[in-house]
Write a protein that binds this ligand. Structure first.
Ligand code: UDX
Length: 455
């Protein structure tokens, strides 16, 4: 067949870094680029600047076989690549909920002048609908007049902690291109994914669509997932007062495959680098485009989510027999151990972590808060330096008046209530993500409180 295009990934954070290593594994020659020298040096030394399950092996292997390299030199990127994937971050602007596209802009405008042959730039970063035509304009302004450069779009859907699987074995590929030529090149850049699928006798649905749709799929999907979580969390409030068990309710609902059993875990709500940000960015973009009203419910989804954090603090106070006044509870004199700091298990990412936010709220209400997390302590310490970080777990829970299990790491799910009972001052546990078996804990003499599981 035709030779494989050479690929570059611009911005090697959790997204681009994962893609770079995985596409090298799929057989492509890959160059990763970042402005952050420390990050590039780490990658080249075979060290991951973030934790992602299974990625370290792919990195080491493909650095060694020469298919993978990282650079801070943009000229090298221009020289190397046939297909340039744009993977830089698009954070929320500090003053609003709209996306900040300045990394994207500087990435495109630094690359463009060095391009010297026909190639495509493929958007992967999560962006407001309409961004691709702006990127094409930037390219037209900044690339040499005699070089043909087209923008294409292919959103990603990777989930942290499952990112390697999501990239190597995606559940769909979505592509938008302007010309047949670009379309073919884009498909060649995904050929490895399809070859692997064929070997494993899997299908990967391909959706070839227009640019607006391709730009929307990611945020529309994420906002839908957020809505699903807030929906079940609203049901949790109802269960709490009515005496139902939201975990059983979710299981019963999930058996209907029109609903599905995923993303129906009630608890302290969603966080992370994507869901909250994408929800707000979509609502804000809809407003700009004059259809804010249609997506107004997303503000409610966001509020339901934030209220989970207030609710967790209130439940913590009540468990310890503290009154909750109009200004919120006072927790002075209490030792609270928070298990979990990351926004979900199996990652070291603490961005917009409900667990860490609740830990900070508990401290602001007067409690002494000790935090233990299997992988997130270093990042958490930087973000919340006023909390106490202790490992191992057995030391972190020593003398606790209350344990709040807020991130459902596998090692927390298997905690032995009898063994723990000897270490704490009071046997009280708040199960923020309904990860434990209430009966098991109650039988061992604990006061157990879940989120939306009656009392
Ligand atoms: C998400 C999307 O799942 C992914 O497709 C997209 O590409 C990026 O954003 P990620 O941020 O890695 O991925 O985390 P995810 O696993 O989706 O979890 C997000 C948050 O929702 C976590 O805080 C998690 O605890 C919470 N969650 C998830 C729930 O509260 N209940 C659930 O049922 C599922």
């Amino acid at each position: 067949g035709a030779p494989r295009p050479r690929l570059t990934f611009l911005g090697v954070g959790p997204l681009g870094g994962t893609y770079a290593a995985c596409y090298a594994e799929l057989g492509y020659e890959v160059l990763g680029y970042d402005v952050d020298e420390g990050r590039v040096a780490k990658f080249n030394a075979g060290e991951l600047p973030f934790y992602e399950r299974g990625l370290d092996e792919l990195l080491t292997k493909n650095l060694a076989n020469g298919r993978l390299r990282f650079t801070t030199d943009i000229r090298e990127v221009a020289e190397f690549g046939d297909v340039h994937f744009l993977c830089v971050g698009t954070p929320s602007r500090p003053d609003s909920h709209s996306a900040d596209l300045s990394y994207l802009e500087s990435c495109v405008t630094t690359l463009a002048p060095h391009l010297d042959r026909r190639c495509i730039l493929v958007g992967k970063s999560t962006v407001p609908v309409g961004t691709s035509s702006w990127v094409q304009q930037l390219l037209d302004e900044h690339s040499p007049a005699d070089v043909e450069v087209e923008v294409a779009w292919s959103p990603e859907f990777l989930q942290e902690s499952n990112a390697v699987q999501d990239v190597m074995r995606p559940n769909r590929v979505v592509l938008a291109a302007q010309s047949d030529w670009a379309q073919q090149l884009l498909q060649a850049a995904h050929k490895g994914v399809y070859e692997l699928a064929a070997q494993e006798d899997r299908d990967v649905p391909l959706v070839v669509t227009d640019f607006a749709t391709a730009e929307l799929v990611k945020v529309a999907s994420n906002a839908f997932l957020s809505t699903k979580i807030s929906y079940i969390n609203a049901m949790a409030d109802l269960c709490e007062v009515a005496g139902g068990d939201v975990a059983a309710l979710a299981r019963a609902m999930g058996h209907d495959d029109r609903i599905g059993n995923k993303f129906l875990r009630a608890g302290i709500g969603f966080g992370g680098g994507c869901l909250p940000k994408d929800l707000r960015a979509l609502a804000s973009r809809a407003q700009e485009l004059g259809v804010g009203e249609s997506l107004r419910f997303l503000a409610e989804v966001d509020e339901v989510n934030t209220r989970r954090r207030t609710k967790a603090v209130k439940l913590a106070a009540e468990l310890c027999g503290r009154q909750v006044g109009p200004a919120g509870p006072r927790l002075d004199g209490l030792n609270i151990t928070v298990l979990g700091a990351t926004f979900k298990p199996d990652t070291d990412d603490i961005r917009d972590s409900p667990a860490l936010d609740i830990a900070a709220r508990l401290r602001n209400a007067g409690a002494s808060v000790t935090v233990y997390d299997p992988k997130g302590m270093d990042n958490a310490r930087v973000a919340q330096p006023n909390l106490t970080y202790v490992k191992p777990l057995s030391e972190a829970v020593e003398g606790a008046d209350l344990i709040c299990l807020l991130t459902p790491w596998e090692e927390f799910r298997h905690l032995d209530p009898a063994a723990l009972a000897d270490l704490v001052s009071h046997r009280r546990i708040l199960d923020g993500m309904n990860a434990l078996d209430p009966q098991l804990w109650r039988n061992a003499g604990w006061t157990y409180q879940g989120m939306g599981r009656g009392n």
